[in-house]
Design a protein around this ligand. Structure first.
Ligand code: CA
Length: 447
């Protein structure tokens, strides 16, 4: 009888002893909110991402913590608002600078996963500092392959600015680019999984594409797939999204073939909204419909992004509507790894598992904050459905996102108490932040 009870208790509590999942973070760069099939695009085919979405929770109020590249990545890799350690700008490519990068004071996501018993790797764009002290392998990754700057030319040998034509870097050693960069990153991600499948440790991979960020360069095959798009710039951008989709597909197929799909926790986001860059026709070549604003703005189009969480063995696919943010990836992954006790106390991100599994019906966050350009810059905050936006010294505006996701109707005059409360919350939050500790790249001189 005692034995039977013991066996029964072991069976009932089996999930507690289930093998920790692999963790895969996929980050797209400058992908428009509407520019994937699962986000509603009829123009840009993304069958692989759509397949991932079909087995994911699609988080419709999924955010990143900044509306451009590097600060979002700093937040994602620390689980903290990057303003807490002064990372509010994109670092210029300055290999001699020991300040322009992800602060060494911060404990990183991969270093915590490593402590929890994971093999950790990063493939793709880094953009968290050029000095050797900021190299991914100095910041918690066991392995790295990619482009260390803020972007890169896509075809081997293409000419461009210094940062965008740097040799690629494998584990600290320079290596030439051999093919279309997005495809090469896809191959490297698959090779990482191959190296770590069947080993004693679970793995964590940070797969950070520079696609579909400019320069607009796409292979002919993908351009043909989107030949229906008339505008040349949008067509090229769309082909870049397709190439990224295929590279992600090669990863997903590898997970299927090695029976790792069920027990791999996958996060997919774009690092910010689609940029507002003029297409030939004069309109924007990315599409953030139905959101207002774009990359670089604190309107939803800058910070609300395509956002998927997939973990088939634990999380049922569907739609999740409460606000969540990429800062949550770190604590969620540690909890999934069975290392809840290692979640640092100073995080802004939360463990999403109880919310995404339906165990808790509450909202994961009471409030979310954004700030750009330092103190006295631009601010926004979202609590429930209400979002306050204030640009510099301008009067704040208030929007009800439940009925006005496009932020068209300013309710600030109608709801002064709510405005006051949100401004006060921002003031409190700001006490725990620093002004930027390094400047952004100097604007290019006009020729
Ligand atoms: Ca970006």
């Amino acid at each position: 009888m005692i034995l039977r009870l013991l066996i029964l208790s072991l069976v009932v509590s089996a999930p507690l002893f289930a093998a920790p999942p692999n963790v895969l973070l996929i980050v797209a760069d400058d992908l428009g909110y509407h520019d994937a099939g699962f986000q509603g695009s009829k123009e840009i085919p993304t069958p692989e991402l759509d397949r991932l979405a079909s087995r994911s929770l699609r988080c419709t109020s999924g955010y990143v913590s900044h509306s451009f590249c590097s600060p979002t990545r700093a937040g994602l890799l620390t689980g903290r608002y990057q303003h807490r350690f002064g990372h509010e700008m994109n670092p210029a490519w300055l290999p001699e600078s020991t300040t322009a990068g992800l602060a060494l004071s911060e404990t990183t996501f991969p270093s915590l996963m490593k402590k929890a018993g994971y093999a950790t790797g990063a493939v793709g764009k880094w953009h968290l500092g050029a000095h050797p002290q900021f190299h991914p392998m100095k910041r918690g990754f066991d392995e790295y392959f990619g482009a260390l700057g803020g972007g890169h030319q896509y075809f081997p040998g293409d000419k461009g600015g210094a940062e965008y034509t740097l040799p690629l870097n494998r584990n600290g050693v320079e290596e030439p680019q051999t093919k279309y960069l997005t495809e090469q990153f896809g191959d490297e991600a698959v090779a990482f999984v191959d190296r770590h499948t069947g080993q004693s440790k679970p793995w964590m991979l940070y797969l950070a594409f520079n696609a579909p960020h400019t320069p607009l360069q796409a292979p002919a095959g993908w351009l043909e797939k989107v030949a229906h798009i008339k505008d040349e710039k949008r067509r090229t951008y769309a082909a870049m999204v397709c190439a990224m989709d295929a590279a992600i597909g090669s990863m997903l197929k590898k997970l299927d073939a090695t029976q790792q799909t069920e027990n791999t926790l996958i996060f997919f986001v774009s690092d910010n909204g689609g940029p507002n860059l003029a297409a030939k026709s004069g309109t924007n070549f990315t599409d953030n419909t139905p959101l207002r604003g774009a990359k670089g703005s604190l309107y939803e189009g800058g910070v609300r992004v395509p956002f998927l969480v997939s973990w088939p063995s634990r999380i049922k696919p569907g739609v999740y509507e409460q606000p969540v943010i990429a800062l949550d990836f770190l604590p969620t992954s540690l909890a999934a790894a069975g290392a809840k006790e290692s979640i640092p106390a100073n995080l802004d991100g939360v463990n999403l598992i109880p919310y995404l599994t339906g165990e808790s019906a509450e909202a994961p966050h009471d409030i979310l904050f954004w700030r750009m350009n330092g103190p006295r810059g631009d601010y926004s905050a979202r609590r429930g459905d209400l979002k306050l936006v204030r640009f510099g010294k301008a009067e704040p505006a208030l929007y009800d996102l439940s009925v006005d996701v496009g932020e068209t109707k300013d309710l600030a005059q109608e709801k002064p108490e709510e405005v006051k409360a949100l401004l006060s919350a921002i003031g409190e939050w700001e006490k725990g932040t620093l002004p930027p500790t390094f400047a952004g790249p100097k604007p290019k001189k006009k020729k």
